[in-house]
Design a protein around this ligand. Structure first.
Ligand code: SAM
Length: 277
């Protein structure tokens, strides 16, 4: 059953396909990898990999081009037909199995994959126990689940200043301009993640919180913060005023080369499906 949240996500991504890649693909962790590359490397041993909420297919394309050789099977699933339409023509994905659908009801056979990834998508999903059960079902025993989950703004930089300016506007918006609650708080902590995935048959997760450096020219930083879902339904005049105030604050914190310091945190969780699940 499609939820109100999923209707919102479909509509938003139809209007803004590739929004997450434009916001985050240039980001760098401390070792110079993007958050997409970081996930790619979590399944370097896997040969049949699924990307849940694959968006425009960037992560799948990175897997297809990985130094160790492409997995023999790549699959992606997303609610958004418009995102999948951007994934299909990617040169590395000619043979990938890209399907529209819901992570709560995966159209794949039991034990089909030995790796499952998800970048900035799992924490948006409703009925997460159902998603966990489905991921456990399609992963073979010993299969790996690795996910990147949003963890908020890094302190003292542009993302934090954006949220300080934007939150009161999001809260004051009329009901018709507010987004439905997306996901829940449980996937924001290791304990919550384990409480969802352990009953589905996963071992306790490895968990780390990583800063992604998204510093860039002012237009790039606006593309990053402008990916907040809450901006979607907001009155365009309110958004324009927010942008002007944000750019004034950002200019005051700009580096000598004009770039604006910006960072966000993500949780990286990895869990292995037990052999008895
Ligand atoms: C923030 S975007 C991330 C897209 C992509 N993984 C990336 O990082 O570039 C979240 C994606 O998850 C998809 N999504 C959200 N809930 C979903 C669900 N229940 N089943 C399948 N896809 C879902 C959305 O349609 C959207 O494309």
């Amino acid at each position: 059953m499609t939820t109100l949240q999923e209707e919102f996500l479909r509509t938003f991504h139809a209007a803004h396909p590739a929004v997450t890649v434009r916001a985050m693909a240039h980001g760098k962790t401390a070792d110079g990898r993007s958050s997409y590359e970081l996930l790619r490397d979590r399944v370097s041993e896997c040969d049949r990999v699924l990307d849940l909420g694959c968006g425009d297919g960037l992560l799948l394309e990175l897997l297809a081009a990985r130094p160790a050789g492409a997995p023999s099977m790549l699959a992606g699933l997303d609610l958004s037909a418009e995102e999948l339409a951007l994934a299909r023509p990617r040169p590395g994905l000619a043979a990938a199995d890209l399907r529209p659908g819901r992570a709560q009801q995966l159209p794949f056979a039991d034990g089909w994959f030995d790796g499952c990834l998800s970048h900035m998508a799992l924490m948006l999903m409703s009925e997460v126990e159902q998603v966990a059960a489905e991921v456990a079902r399609v992963l073979a025993p010993g299969g790996v689940l690795a996910v990147v989950l949003g963890a908020g703004a890094a302190g003292g930089e542009a993302c934090e200043s954006f949220l300080r300016l934007a939150r009161p506007l999001f809260e004051a918006a009329p009901a018709a301009q507010r987004i439905p609650p997306l996901g829940g708080p449980r996937l924001r902590t290791r304990e919550g993640f384990d409480a969802v995935f352990r009953p589905a048959g996963f071992a306790p997760a490895e968990w780390e919180t990583v800063r992604i450096d998204l510093t860039g020219p002012p237009e790039q930083v606006w593309r990053t913060v402008g990916a907040y879902y809450d901006l979607g339904p907001l009155d365009p005049a309110v958004t324009a005023d927010l942008r002007a105030r944000f750019e004034a604050e950002s200019a005051a914190m700009a580096l000598p080369d004009g770039r604006v310091p910006c960072g966000m945190k993500v949780h990286v969780a990895m869990a292995v499906r037990g052999r008895g699940a």
